[in-house]
Design a protein around this ligand. Structure first.
Ligand code: DHB
Ligand code: MG
Length: 225
């Protein structure tokens, strides 16, 4: 497809199926105004996260990589009143933007922002998550997946953002540390009996990328990890 056409397709689908949403548009605006990078998930992908969370009746969601809270809003809307999203953000300035965006969206009380590196925060979290969204530093994907398996209930969904990265998944060597992290994560998903996984390429407002989608198996509860 030519770039002009796939961008029009993305706009068509987003306008048709997502439409306008004041809280989400404000979140992107505030994120841009604060100088955060424009690397939040595309609207159609945010809604996919939301629908997947609702489809499995998720009440506790873990997100690794908050940024300005755009995907966090989608996930927090899915868990409903009394549900909880724990979201981990290494950069305090990003967490502050996210806090404002979540409160403005009316879901602030459902969201606990943990400020710190995933490697430091994850060991202290209570297990039992229904869905984990991994969208932070790609070098750590395998580490995050290991924690996700440990912290999730059997049958939980684990979604990994940015697994294609404009084809860098297959076009770069080990000097591309981010792509290398993505490859290690996918290798873990393939080899680790605690997961069954697939992945999809995506072409949307954020360009050419992809997500991995995994289910946590019963092996996770038996592994005692
Ligand atoms: C980058 C990170 C993301 O999570 C994303 O969705 C797109 C880009 C990045 O670090 O460049
Ligand atoms: Mg991402």
């Amino acid at each position: 497809p030519t770039p002009a056409v796939w961008r029009r397709v993305d706009t068509y689908l987003a306008e048709t199926l997502v439409g306008h949403d004041a809280a989400l548009e404000a979140a992107v605006h505030e994120q841009d105004a604060a100088g955060l990078p424009a690397i939040e998930v595309a609207p159609l992908n945010g809604k996919l996260l939301h629908l997947l969370a609702r489809a499995i009746g998720a009440r506790r969601v873990l997100e690794i990589g908050t940024l300005g809270g755009y995907s966090t809003i989608w996930l927090a809307r899915a868990v409903g009143d009394g549900g909880e999203v724990v979201t981990i953000e290494a950069e305090p300035a990003h967490a502050a933007v996210a806090r404002g965006n979540l409160d403005r969206a009316g879901v602030g009380e459902r969201v606990r922002i943990e400020i710190g590196r995933g490697a430091d925060v994850l060991p202290g979290l209570e297990p039992g998550f229904d869905l984990v969204f991994i969208d932070a530093d790609k070098q750590s994907n395998a580490l995050y997946l290991d924690h996700a398996a440990r912290l999730s209930r059997p049958g939980a969904l684990v979604i990994v953002d940015n697994v294609v990265r404009s084809g860098r998944l297959v076009t770069t060597d080990e000097s591309d540390e981010q792509a290398e992290g993505v490859r290690r994560g996918l290798a873990l998903l393939a080899a680790d009996p605690r997961f069954e996984a697939t992945a999809l390429q995506t072409l949307d407002a954020k360009g050419w990328d992809g997500i991995a989608v995994a289910i946590v198996t019963d092996a996770a509860s038996r592994s005692g990890s």
